[in-house]
Design a protein. Structure first.
Length: 210
């Protein structure tokens, strides 16, 4: 998931939301969930990129959710089209942890973050186990402060970006798995990351890793 500003809605902020999810049932469930969230004025679910862009051009939204289930080239083209139309739109890519690499490419094109979710969740957006607990992204005002990772934390993050387990990273660095876990927990806190996939996306977004 993305930076902390994405999950701190303000009472006086009202947002319009668009959703692109190719599967009908998850799209409808996600739309219902978002429609009941504080500060949301309008929710527009779309089944295709063309439909979403038509909605966006007719009535630009503050926040756009894009599913990584969209074909990779089309997902990146959609991000570019949205950024060209409205550069300050908050574009969030969501999908399973294994789609982190595609999400990172979308972030390089202008998306603001990746919502990592496990299969079976409603777009990974329900927090606290209740549909009433949903917190909606608000348009960002400014980029967060610079992040500084130690040399060891960067090595661990690079190992994560290569898909290595903590044990494998520890073997490469001649450190115990528990030590790697400690470094991982520290870099998670610094990057405001919830899991490995999110940490890698944040590292790519902040140019901490290649």
């Amino acid at each position: 998931m993305s930076g902390s500003h994405l999950f701190n809605p303000l009472e006086d902020v009202v947002v319009d939301v668009l959703i692109l999810e190719t599967r009908r049932e998850p799209r409808q469930r996600m739309a219902r969930l978002l429609a009941g969230a504080p500060g949301v004025r309008c929710v527009g679910p779309s089944a295709s990129s063309a439909e979403l862009l038509a909605h966006f051009h007719a009535s630009p939204a503050n926040v756009v959710f894009l599913s990584t289930r969209l074909q990779s080239d089309l997902l990146l083209e959609t991000v570019r089209a949205l950024m060209t139309s409205r550069a300050d739109a908050e574009i969030l890519v969501f999908g399973p942890p294994e789609s982190a690499e595609l999400a990172a490419n979308a972030i390089q094109e202008g998306a603001q973050g990746f919502l990592s979710c496990e299969p079976g969740s409603v777009g990974g957006l329900a927090l606290g186990g209740s549909s009433n607990s949903l917190l909606v992204p608000v348009p960002r005002a400014a980029e967060g402060q610079d992040i500084s990772l130690s040399g060891r934390e960067l090595e661990v993050l690079r190992g994560m970006s290569s898909g290595k387990t903590n044990g494998e990273i520890g073997g490469d660095l001649h450190l115990s798995e528990d030590t790697i876990k400690t470094h991982a927990q520290r870099l998670f806190r610094k990057l405001s990351a919830n899991d490995r996939a999110h940490a890698v996306v944040q590292g790519l977004r902040r140019n901490l890793i290649d």
